[in-house]
Design a protein around this ligand. Sequence first.
Ligand SMILES: Cc1cc2nc3c(=O)[nH]c(=O)nc-3n(C[C@H](O)[C@H](O)[C@H](O)COP(=O)(O)O)c2cc1C
Length: 214
Amino acid sequence: MSVDLARVLSSRYATKVFDADKPAAEDKTQQLIETLRLAPSSINSQPWHFYVISNPEEKRRLSQCAWDSNKAKFDDASHVFVFCGKTTYEIEDLQALEELVAEQRGTEVNQARVEFLGGFVNSMDATERKYWIRDQVYLAFGQFLLSCALLELDACPVEGFSREEMDELLGLKEKGLNSVVVGIVGHRHEDDFNTPVKASKVRYPIEQVVTEIR
Ligand SMILES: Cc1cc2nc3c(=O)[nH]c(=O)nc-3n(C[C@H](O)[C@H](O)[C@H](O)COP(=O)(O)O)c2cc1C
C-alpha cells in the first residue's frame, strides 16, 4: 500500500464542529483502538490506559470538565478517547512486562533485563517518572492522530479540560491512573469553520524547524 502522506497530513485538521448525525463507523473505531495497543513506548513500558466513550450520557457527563469552547465537541462527536498514564512505574511493572515477553515468546524470564532496565527506571525521581510516563502517552496520541487521518476520521486533540476533574469523573486515582489528553473523534459538520479550505494550515517555514546535516 502506497500512502500519499503529504496529502493525508495536510488534509487532517483539528475539527472544531462535529456532525452529531455522522458517527464514526464501528470497524474504523475498532482499528483505531488497535493502534493504541500497538503504539511504541520507551522500554516497551506501555504505562497507559485508554478510555473510549461513545455512550451519549457519559460523553455529556465528561464534558463537565472541559473548557466551554470544547464542551460541544464531547456531545456532537461520536467517540471521546481519554488518554491516561499510570501514576507511577515501578520495578514490579518491569517484572510483569518481562513475564509477558517470556510467555508470548516462549522463553525464560530475562531477569538480567529487569535488573538493567530497573536501573534506568530507578534513575528517575517521582517527578521525572511522571513526565516520562506522560511522554509515552503523547507518543500513542501522535500515532492516534495520524491513524485517524489515515482512516478518514476527523479528530480534535483536546488539552482544554481539567485533568483533576477528569480523574474524579472517571475514578482514575483509585485505578492508579491520571488523565493526560483527550482525542475527540467523528466526522466534521459541514459548517465547521476550521477545515483546511476555510482556515488554511499555518506552519513555520521548513528552514525554521528542520536542519538537515548531510
Ligand atoms: C496536545 C494538543 C492539545 C490541543 N487542545 C485543543 C483544545 O483543547 N481545543 C481545541 O479546539 N484544539 C486543541 N488543539 C488543536 C490545535 O490548536 C491544533 O492542532 C493546531 O492549531 C494545529 O492545527 P491543525 O491541527 O488543524 O493542523 C490541540 C492540539 C494538540 C496537539
